[in-house]
Ligand binder design. Structure first.
Ligand SMILES: [Zn+2]
Length: 386
């Protein structure tokens, strides 16, 4: 009789079966308890903030952030690749064993392992940040009063932001198309992203916290097809930025993804906090990125409600119409190129993101990104005469 190796004995013995069973039970228990906490905090922002977001979240995410800070690449994406590789290898072994007419017991263990992994990942969502969707929002912590506004105030906001973006754009380098460019390595630009938070935290203390600079996404190409500029995958608390986007979009996206590290889960507040962090950065590209993105959001809102007012803004002397519109065109061209290559992928991605946000208490789904304009009006209210 052929003697089995120690590893084979372990893999096919009762001890491995017991360990797998314990992991399965623990993963299920963790998922069930964290889901119960998620549901219990729904509609209880005070509780979600005071118990989870302010106390538990910063502590339990610290080890992941620490590991993320040690390497220049995305730890989450690496783990995803390793998990996929392990699954394919295990599946291949099962198929070979079945083909050799050995007992197909490996399939059952593989299924159990996949189930355990899925429950661990699902549990991570609730443990490492899902509850933040139920916490008190930035506007309530900061005391900003968001009210219904008129198109005249919105038009004034556009003029204000367009003027600021023009001033910030002045010192930047442009390419032969007249589009802002920057030759620094992206990693260098990413590392600057936490800086503006320190200045912003002087005005809003809730923005004070440990931040780990984002990583360039290994899956940037895929993210571009999905029309995603950045991601903070709650199952691994690490900020990741699409490296295929226009260089003047990168700083605002980086700062947006850092806002999620502080426990601000809503997209409009992350957009606004990212804006504040970008314009408070000492790096000119960051300042432009903040004002430019704020201007883009405000202008697209104005276009929706007052086309004549939108055209009038572009005629303002204080706004570098040619330069800023060249940047907008170049940025749109990048996204459009991917959208045209695979329109179904971007539509599915948009629908998935919309459903994801709606299932997490964000009633208007992906449209919530545009609510940053309400926060901008609330912030600049006095200056705009609102
Ligand atoms: Zn976000």
């Amino acid at each position: 009789m052929k003697k089995e190796s120690k590893i084979k004995k372990f893999l096919h013995g009762s001890r491995a079966r017991t360990i797998l069973l314990v992991i399965l039970c623990a993963a299920f228990l963790r998922l069930a308890l964290s889901f119960a906490a998620y549901m219990f905090t729904r509609g209880r922002p005070g509780l979600a903030s005071s118990v989870y977001s302010d106390k538990i979240f910063p502590v339990i995410t610290a080890p992941m952030k620490f590991f993320a800070s040690l390497v220049p690449f995305s730890v989450g994406e690496t783990l995803l690749i390793l998990l996929a590789a392990a699954f394919i290898a295990a599946l291949a072994v099962c198929i070979v064993r079945a083909a050799m007419k050995k007992k197909p017991r490996g399939f059952l263990r593989l299924l159990a392992a996949v189930l355990a992994a899925a429950m661990l990942v699902g549990g991570n969502f609730f443990v490492y940040g899902g509850i933040n969707y139920h916490a008190t929002q930035f506007k309530d912590i900061s005391g900003l009063t968001v009210e219904n506004t008129d198109t005249e105030t919105l038009r004034k906001l556009c003029v204000f932001l367009g003027g600021k973006a023009t001033e910030a754009r002045d010192g930047l380098t442009v390419d032969e198309r007249g589009v802002v460019t920057d030759k620094r390595p992206l990693r260098e630009i990413f590392l600057l992203s936490p800086e503006g938070y320190r200045a912003a935290a002087q005005e809003f203390p809730c923005l004070d916290g440990w931040l780990v600079a984002p990583k360039g996404a290994m899956f940037s190409e895929i993210m571009s097809y999905e029309q995603i500029s950045g991601i903070f995958p709650i199952v691994y608390t690490e900020s990741v930025v699409n490296t295929r986007t226009a260089i003047y979009d990168v700083p605002h996206v980086a700062c947006h993804e850092l806002a999620h590290q502080l426990g601000f889960a809503q997209e409009d507040e992350a957009n606004f906090i990212g804006y504040l962090a970008a314009i408070n950065n000492s790096d000119p590209l960051y300042v432009y990125s903040g004002y430019y993105n704020g201007f883009c959001y405000a202008m697209s809102m104005l276009y929706k409600y007052d086309k004549a007012g939108w055209e009038a803004v572009w005629s303002e002397e204080s706004i570098d119409t040619q330069g800023i519109s060249a940047d907008m065109r170049a940025s749109n061209e990048i996204w459009d190129a991917y959208r045209k290559k695979a329109p179904a992928v971007s539509q599915i991605s948009e629908a998935v993101n919309d459903s994801y946000l709606k299932s997490n208490n964000v009633g208007d789904g992906t449209r919530s990104y545009g609510r940053v304009v309400d926060l901008l009006i609330a912030y600049y209210g006095a200056e705009l005469g609102a």
